[in-house]
Structure formats: C-alpha cells, structure tokens
Design a protein around this ligand. Structure first.
Ligand SMILES: [Zn+2]
Length: 319
C-alpha cells in the first residue's frame, strides 16, 4: 500500500487491437487508459522503444507495477496520442483494409508529431504530416498548419498552408500553443508574404496590360466608340514603346475596383469569381445592347483568366 491514492484510481482498457490479453506489455496513458501491446512490434518501429525494452529489468519491488503478470510502463502522453502512435507501430494488416490514426483536431496531429520525434519514428513523419492537409484544417487554421509544417521542416505542406493563409485577414486565428515553439523571424516572414501577395493581386487588378486583346467583348465595346459614350479607359498592352488607351464600360471598371477592395481581405480564386459581384456586373452590362447577349459568357471567361493571372503572380511571390 505504498501508493494508496493510485490504487483508488480506475483504469480503462484500450479498444482492439490494444486489448490483447496475450500481449506482453501494458502502456498506461496520462489519462489512465491501458494499452496491451507486443514489445517486439514496438521495438521494430522505434529505436527508443527497442532500447527501453533491452535494458535489464530492475529487481521486483514496490515501483515495478504489473498487471496480470505483465509490466506496466507509464507514458506522459494522452490515450489519443498513444493510440495513434501505436497504430503507426503495428503492421497495417492487423487493422484490416484502412488503418489510420484518429485525427479530430490539429492538436492531435501536433501531439502525434511530437511523439513521433520523441520515440524516433522518423519514417512515419511524412505520413503524419499529410494529416495537416485535411481541408477543414487548411480552411479554419491555415496559420497553425503553416507553423506546424515549418516546425517539421515540411516545405511542401508549408507552401500549401501559406497559400491558404492569404485567403483570410491576419489575426483571424486564435492563439495556439505551437506559436510558442517558433521564432519571431518565421512569423514576420508570414506577415511579409501576406502583404506581398496582396500587393501582387492588387497589381493584377490595377494594371490591365495582362488582359489579352480580343478576348472579352466588353473590352473596347463598339458602343463606346461614339463620342460622349465613353465611360472609362484602361491601359492596353505596350506596343512599340507606347501603351494605348482602351475604352471600357463603367460597370466593368466598377467590378475591377470592387474586386480590388475584396482582394485586400482575401486573396483567392473565390474572391475574384464572387457570384454576387459577377452578376451585378452582368446586370449592369444589360444596359448596353452590344454587351447584353455576351456579358455572362465573357465575364465567366474573364474572371477565369483574372484568377489564373493572380495565381501565377502569387506563385512568384517569395516566402
Ligand atoms: Zn457594351
């Protein structure tokens, strides 16, 4: 009775396959779940486990707890992290067709990555990192995905996450613990990247020289050729050293100005192709007899080209 407090606690059993009574070791999580596991499988997956199990066992005493004759090892990780870690240790065929860790949150991914590092299971790192790319994580917490990916030095995932960060205004996400694990330099790089991407998108929305001539009917609409009917002009493509002015409708200029404002809050394809703004432009285009029959078709093609051009410029932004 050397630990009366502990004896009063109850332990729960982990689900299959970690409930095997023939297993030779019991791992107990910080939240008091017991996993029955085979030392040999863990040793194959992790040199840290291998070393742990090859150490000579201390003589029997009060500190050597055993359940059903099997030694108990207490882990500091929660049952969720241990469950996920053990799945990575066990051969896939034990689980049927689709063995996979249980990932409900980015904390689950972050904790599992920490455990993978602690137990030196580097071959599984890439597999675990792929969980960062789940759409709900990229959509809701892209900065957190970015920070974790940088911590894991996973460049491809960091790049993908950065592209999602610019879809939102900064400081949208609540504080998350991983921020304490990265230095200010990394965060400043994100701020700069965010700013550069907005500037790159704004440049596309302001400088129309990328628009290919003859592609969109509203550009240089014949209605605008008569004196007095010109709403706006834009700068065309540079030709022989000069940039010609091209007449455009006011509704199109308004669409571009409104999009520019929206891009400052979110640099994304969805911002450019916003259905409300596009249909507002098309409705205004109805006032021109020449534009009316073609506006919807041309606007669709135009926002597509617009989004592609922004995407191209963003991919050139240094991170
Ligand atoms: Zn027109």
């Amino acid at each position: 009775m050397s630990h009366p407090a502990e004896f009063s606690l109850t332990f729960s059993d982990a689900p299959s396959p970690f409930d095997d009574p023939d297993a030779d070791l019991i791992i107990r999580s910080s939240d008091r779940v017991q996993f029955r596991v085979y030392k040999s499988l863990l040793s194959l997956a992790s040199p840290v486990f291998k070393d742990m199990f090859s150490l000579p066992q201390p003589p029997d005493g009060a500190n050597n707890e055993a359940v059903d004759g099997h030694p108990v090892v207490k882990f500091t990780e929660t049952s969720t992290t241990i469950h996920n870690l053990l799945i990575l240790c066990y051969p896939a065929y034990l689980f049927g067709s689709n063995p996979s860790p249980t990932i409900r949150s980015l904390s689950d991914v972050g904790n599992l990555l920490e455990a993978v590092t602690k137990y030196d299971m580097h071959k599984t790192r890439d597999t675990v990192c792929q969980f960062l790319l789940q759409p709900q994580f990229l959509e809701k917490e892209p900065l957190r995905v970015y920070v974790i990916a940088c911590r894991e030095r996973h460049e491809a995932i960091a790049r993908t996450a950065a592209r999602h960060v610019i879809r939102h205004e900064l400081l949208r996400e609540d504080f998350f613990s991983e921020l304490e694990m990265v230095d200010a330099g990394l965060l400043y790089q994100v701020l700069l990247y965010h700013k550069r991407c907005i500037l790159a998108a704004m440049a596309v929305a302001s400088d129309y020289t990328w628009i290919r001539e003859g592609h969109f009917g509203f550009r240089a609409c014949p209605e605008l050729m008569g004196i007095g009917s010109v709403d706006h002009t834009i700068q065309g493509k540079r030709k022989e050293g000069r940039v010609p002015a091209i007449k455009v409708h006011g509704w199109w200029s308004k669409f571009m100005e409104d999009t520019k404002v929206a891009l400052q809050k979110s640099v994304s394809e969805e911002t450019i192709k916003d259905a409300g703004r596009v249909s507002e432009a098309c409705a205004a285009a109805n006032q021109c007899s020449r534009c009316r029959p073609v506006a919807v078709h041309y606007m669709e093609a135009f926002v597509d080209a617009f989004a592609k051009e922004v995407d191209k410029r963003i991919s050139q932004v240094r991170r």
